[in-house]
Design a protein around this ligand. Structure first.
Ligand code: C2E
Ligand code: MG
Ligand code: MG
Ligand code: MG
Length: 276
């Protein structure tokens, strides 16, 4: 009897593992498909200038249409895409699509808008990456300083020569470089003065706690004043409440992003948001 139960349990587990494995293989196969980019879409989340309370630009965020009609968020496929080496194709598509979208929106909007893109570590290892970026800017007649590339601390930590060469080349092009999710990576801060970063994005985990947790407040205050002294702009990401917004504004943060201000929206809705 015990043996019988044991076998049932084994069958149950192996079936469950099987289903998960099949789903994983299916996901990988669909990520490898040459038609992948046809089912990708971009949404854009505004970044607000806290002093003027106007939109300074948008961050493009990729989503993936699923066969069942749902929209998959990047957290569920970007890590897999990085692992199997198709992230470069995704990020190139994002760059091409977002640059042309921005160029189009700028035509009917007087004020310049900044476009922020997330760049995966693998993208920065491509020898032709800086050339590709330069080409996209030229193709869309976009000034380099309107493009901002967000990279995470783990990119710098890997200390890869090609990556460092790309970072330097992008800086020379006049493209802005931003550190995303600042404070979550374990690294020395010395890179902040070595590389031409223009923007620092305080990770959402700090913003979450900033109103009721004194140690977090001290960390956030320190990050802001450090950025100040390095001549960097500071963005607070993931602001969900007015209280968080007001704290950060009164403590010298420059820019703000989060559901409190706006969720990511479709490109076609940008003009209406800009004139609202
Ligand atoms: P991220 O660059 O730090 O982007 C911010 C994420 O926080 C976005 O999630 C955004 O929708 C979400 N968010 C913004 N405001 C709030 C808020 O107030 N509350 C909460 N709870 N969340 C907020 P999303 O779009 O799911 O993207 C997740 C991550 O996926 C991004 O984090 C970025 O690292 C990566 N990612 C997105 N698009 C791309 C892409 O085109 N290429 C690459 N390589 N990575 C991307
Ligand atoms: Mg980002
Ligand atoms: Mg971030
Ligand atoms: Mg984040």
């Amino acid at each position: 009897q015990a043996k019988e139960r044991g076998r049932n349990r084994y069958q149950y587990y192996s079936e469950e593992i099987n289903i998960r494995l099949m789903a994983q293989l299916d996901l990988e196969a669909r990520l490898r498909s040459p038609l992948l980019t046809q089912s990708l879409v971009l949404q854009y989340q505004p970044i607000y200038n806290m002093q003027t309370e106007t939109i300074s630009g948008y961050e493009a965020l990729v989503r993936w249409h699923q066969p069942d009609g749902s929209l998959m968020l990047p957290g569920d496929f970007i890590p897999v895409a990085e692992e199997i080496g198709v992230i470069q194709d995704i990020d190139k598509w994002v760059m091409i699509t977002a640059c042309s979208e921005l160029a189009m929106r700028m035509q009917d909007h007087q004020r310049p808008l900044r476009l922020s893109l997330n760049v995966s570590p693998k993208q920065l290892r491509l020898p032709d990456y800086a050339d590709f970026v330069a080409q996209q800017l030229q193709l869309n007649q976009l000034p380099a300083n309107l493009l901002e590339l967000e990279i995470t601390e783990r990119v710098i930590m890997q200390n890869d020569d090609q990556t460092l060469a790309n970072i330097r080349a992008l800086g020379e092009l006049g493209v802005r470089l931003s550190i995303d999710d600042f404070g979550t990576g374990y690294s020395s801060l010395s890179y902040l003065q070595k590389f031409p970063f223009k923007t620092l994005k305080i990770d959402r985990s700090f913003v979450d706690n900033v109103c009721h947790n004194e140690p977090t407040q001290r960390v956030v205050d320190t990050i802001i004043s450090m950025a100040r002294s390095l001549n960097m702009q500071v963005v607070a990401e993931g602001i969900e409440t007015e209280e968080q917004y007001l704290y950060l504004k009164s403590h010298g943060c420059d820019l703000a992003q989060g559901f409190y201000l706006s969720r990511p929206i479709h490109g076609v809705d940008i003009p209406a948001q800009l004139t609202a």
